[in-house]
Design a protein around this ligand. Structure first.
Ligand code: HEM
Length: 489
């Protein structure tokens, strides 16, 4: 009996080895992977930084093993553009992830996690149409953003130059813009429910980073410490979903097809009109769409603004140049997108922040829908893909001494903004590129300019220099830090 067991185990071992060797030959070569854990141990050192080391060794396209799942990493602008732009129809699906399945809880997949399909295309198109209708990324939304920026300035003024963590006020201000467009309403900075929702969004992002192992080995959920993390993620997602469901219900009860108030009404109108594709999707699809817009529209822009404040306190000379430009070109005028071209150094500083600390260093995961060849590498259908945006922004060929913070990289010799920038894709590219790019650019410019027009930012007396490595989860965020906002008189 024992002998039989030993033979069975030996056969299983041989089978697993042969399967593994055979499987590996189908993918581009990469670092040596360990049985069961693959490359997970190395990746724990910080995915985008480890990828940078491997790119030097294995080239622009290599395979890493997330446990027993192969993931092809695309590095540098040639590989990323060839895959996501040129072969966008093949490289634009999303893999199924355990944590996504656990937290979505609706049948409808919304936009962010939906596979490449006619349903995703239509949902994305309708979302974009209604976002545009309500001014996202257009001049007509400017008064809303300006008002939020002024409220934010007041919140900062109320700190009277004392140290504070800017995370929650920034998130509320930014989120109120997407709330105005999507929910048709905003929330005061002292609204407890909304502050809690903001906290939940950032806790969700933090916890899901620490629970990533579940996407590789869902079985780990039976280990109590991992289970607690998973439950934390699910609780945050559930509370946020309830918040969104309540607002959608209020909209359904007061819906009037002749008075479309916001993006939620826009989606309800599509259903009312019997949109051929949307009406075939599960009824709860709208919940996920609205959650996607709300979450994607909040944390990304707010995190970029936090990085901006952090880099300005570390680089007071850059801060002073931005303020000088604002003083000369804008004076006491309210910031406006129409003035953006007159503030090239300010705009270049925002871009430099987006380059040096790419908030989505590995973008969102993609998946191939058919076999394809990229830069001579064959990639099978159904492959998990990591578009490594960090590698574009840290490529010394385009960005010499890439860790140096230098806004002039985006300027021409005459101080004007360079019309074209190579190796710079903070919003990704191709059919899946960020849906909120125009809105985010508007928000970043108006919030950033309003804050620098009014304050000089400093570290609290005696505080150590803030960490610039950040915490890498779904987004790369700075570690919590305190600043003083000194009013400029
Ligand atoms: C600085 C701000 C932002 C950055 C850097 C950013 C970046 C990104 C990136 C890298 C992706 C992944 C694209 C891909 O998979 O190839 C993405 C997707 C997405 N973003 Fe943004 N984003 C920002 C702001 C926003 C805002 C304000 C919205 C609100 C409408 C938004 C909505 C979305 C949506 C819905 C997707 C999923 C698109 C899809 O799967 O089809 N983002 N974003």
């Amino acid at each position: 009996m024992e002998l039989l067991l030993l033979v069975a185990l030996a056969l299983l071992g041989v089978y697993l080895y042969v399967e593994n060797v055979w499987l590996r030959r189908k993918y581009p070569p990469g670092p040596r992977a360990w049985p069961i854990v693959g490359n997970l141990r190395d990746l724990a050192r910080g995915q985008h930084r480890v990828f940078a080391e491997w790119q030097l060794k294995y080239g622009d396209i290599f395979t890493v093993w997330l446990g027993s799942r192969p993931a092809v990493v695309l590095n540098g602008q040639d590989a990323v553009k060839e895959a996501l732009q040129k072969h966008g129809d093949i490289f634009s699906s999303r893999p199924g992830l355990f944590l996504w399945r656990r937290t979505i809880r609706t049948k409808g997949k919304g936009i962010v996690t939906a596979p490449y399909s006619p349903e995703w295309k239509e949902t994305r198109k309708v979302a974009l149409t209604w976002l545009n209708t309500f001014g996202a990324g257009k001049q007509s939304l400017e008064p809303t953003i300006v008002q939020e920026a002024q409220d934010l300035v007041q919140v900062f003024k109320d700190k009277h130059g004392q140290p504070f963590d800017p995370t929650v006020p920034l998130s509320i201000a930014v989120s109120n813009v997407i709330c105005s467009v999507v929910f048709g309403r905003r929330f005061n900075h002292d609204n407890e429910r909304f502050s809690r929702v903001m906290e939940l969004v950032s806790r969700y992002i933090r916890l899901s980073a620490s629970a990533q192992a579940l996407n590789v080995y869902p079985i780990l959920r039976y280990i109590p410490s991992v289970r607690r993390k998973m439950e934390g993620v699910v609780t945050c997602a559930d509370e946020n979903r309830s918040f969104v469901i309540e607002i959608i219900q209020e909209h359904s009860e007061t819906f009037d097809p002749n008075n479309i108030r916001d993006v939620i009404d826009g989606f309800l109108l599509e259903e009312h009109r019997g949109n051929r594709i949307l009406s075939e999707l599960p009824e709860d699809n709208i919940i996920n769409v609205i959650r996607n817009l709300f979450a994607a529209g909040t944390d990304t822009t707010a995190t970029t603004l936090r990085w901006a404040l952090l880099y300005l306190v570390k680089n007071p000379d850059v801060q002073r140049k931005v303020q000088d430009e604002i003083d000369v070109k804008l004076g006491k005028q309210t910031p406006s997108m129409l003035l953006r071209e007159h503030l090239p150094y300010t705009e270049a500083t925002i871009r430099e922040v987006q380059r040096i600390r790419t908030i989505a260093p590995s973008s969102l995961p993609h998946e191939t829908t058919a076999p394809a060849t990229i830069l001579g590498h064959q990639i099978p259908a159904g492959t998990f893909l990591v578009p490594n945006l960090w590698s574009l922004h840290m490529d010394p060929k385009y960005w010499p001494d890439p860790e140096r913070f230098d806004p002039t990289r985006f300027l021409e010799a005459d101080g004007q903004l360079a019309p074209r920038t190579e190796s710079f894709l903070p919003f990704s590219t191709g059919p899946r590129r960020c849906l909120g790019e125009q809105l985010a650019k508007f928000e970043l410019f108006i919030f950033f300019t309003s804050l620098l027009q009014q304050f000089t930012f400093k570290l609290p007396e005696g505080a150590p220099p803030p960490d610039t490595q950040g915490i890498c989860g779904i987004v790369l965020s700075p570690r919590p830090f305190q600043i003083c906002a000194i009013p400029r008189v």
